[in-house]
Design a protein around this ligand. Structure first.
Ligand SMILES: CC(C)(COP(=O)(O)OP(=O)(O)OC[C@H]1O[C@@H](n2cnc3c(N)ncnc32)[C@H](O)[C@@H]1OP(=O)(O)O)[C@@H](O)C(=O)NCCC(=O)NCCS
Length: 293
């Protein structure tokens, strides 16, 4: 059977495919409201695989901030798997992106997807871990002030940088921190220092889409219509010159004056795990580097 892979604007066909598979593993129905809202973005593209006019696969791509691309929403109809459709969709999404680094998230136990993306050239960087902090920590013992005094080399040599291959999570998506990105972030007061802790900060919003909450940063929120803004969120990706949990607690407390703090780090972070917080591990962050850049 001839299966064509092409760009499409028909979100309804994608919705139908997702609904047909709603009880199958790794079918994320949460993608539907997300796709609907993200489709307002200029760089957002959907690709579908069609067989006899029926949609049998889909994927989307999105150019994100700081020269990073993101791919999501990959799904192939049960009856059309292991025929190369997933690989073709992934190839089309990758080709559509003009960014040096491209990211996607895969759950560790999703062996089929993991094999597929690795075979395509993605490398596993780290497993994400998130702590949500709403109330101040160890109020009595805090002494460190917040500064913006941090150089690129400090960050590059810090604990956590190598472990994450310089990749942080900003406004829901992975972003590669290179020297140019660092300078841009620092100029926008998004690199903060608190004693031994260097924080890559993003000021985001919790956004209501349908009956669900998502986190989007300013860059994205500015471009979206018809969303209800909820609370202010501060995303903190911490790095450490020395492993001192109290400095991290100080930075978190400082940021709590702005909004709820999402500490975004990696599974195995030796400092965040020492604080009295409950973390939730997430998916593997997979990176593809385009060699032409
Ligand atoms: C993951 C998924 C998209 C793969 O689609 P597909 O069309 O079957 O993939 P392809 O036929 O292009 O497979 C290409 C490669 O992926 C790997 N792969 C695919 N299915 C696999 C499986 N069941 N077990 C192990 N490896 C598998 C193989 O390496 C395969 O190469 P090979 O055929 O040379 O061995 C499909 O299984 C799916 O829709 N799963 C549910 C949704 C999902 O997991 N989405 C990804 C979220 S990140």
């Amino acid at each position: 059977m001839n299966i064509a892979v092409k760009e499409s604007r028909d979100i309804d066909k994608v919705v139908r495919l997702f609904e047909q598979h709603k009880d199958s593993p790794f079918t994320y129905l949460t993608n539907i409201p997300l796709v609907k809202i993200l489709s307002q973005l200029e760089s957002f593209k959907i690709f579908v695989a069609e067989a006899d006019g029926e949609t049998v696969g889909c994927i989307y791509s999105l150019s994100y901030i700081y020269d990073c691309g993101y791919i999501g929403g990959l799904l192939v109809h049960k009856d059309f798997r292991s025929k190369g459709v997933g690989g073709r969709l992934l190839g089309a999404a990758l080709n559509s992106l003009n960014t040096r680094h491209v990211y996607l998230l895969v759950e560790e136990k999703n062996i089929a997807a993991l094999r597929l993306v690795e075979k395509t050239g993605f490398k596993s960087i780290y497993k994400g871990c998130r702590y949500i902090v709403s109330t101040p920590l160890n109020r009595a013992s805090l002494s460190q002030g917040i500064t913006s005094g941090c150089e690129w080399l400090h960050l590059k040599e810090s604990i956590g940088f190598k472990e994450r291959n310089g990749v942080v999570n900003i406004g829901h998506y992975p972003v590669k921190i290179m020297e140019k990105t660092f300078e841009e972030l620092r100029a926008n007061n998004k690199i903060l220092r608190c004693g031994s802790v260097i924080g890559v900060i993003e000021y985001s919003y919790e956004v209501t889409v349908g009956d669900r909450l998502y986190t989007f940063n300013d860059h994205i929120v500015r471009k979206l219509c018809g969303i209800g803004l909820a609370r202010r969120i501060v995303e903190l990706n911490p790095f450490y010159l020395e492993p001192r949990p109290l400095d991290l607690a100080s930075m978190i407390n400082h940021l709590l004056s702005i909004g709820e703090v999402y500490v975004k780090t990696y599974d195995g972070d030796p400092v965040a795990s020492k604080l009295p917080l409950t973390g939730r591990t997430g998916a593997l962050i997979m990176e593809y580097e385009k060699k032409a850049f």
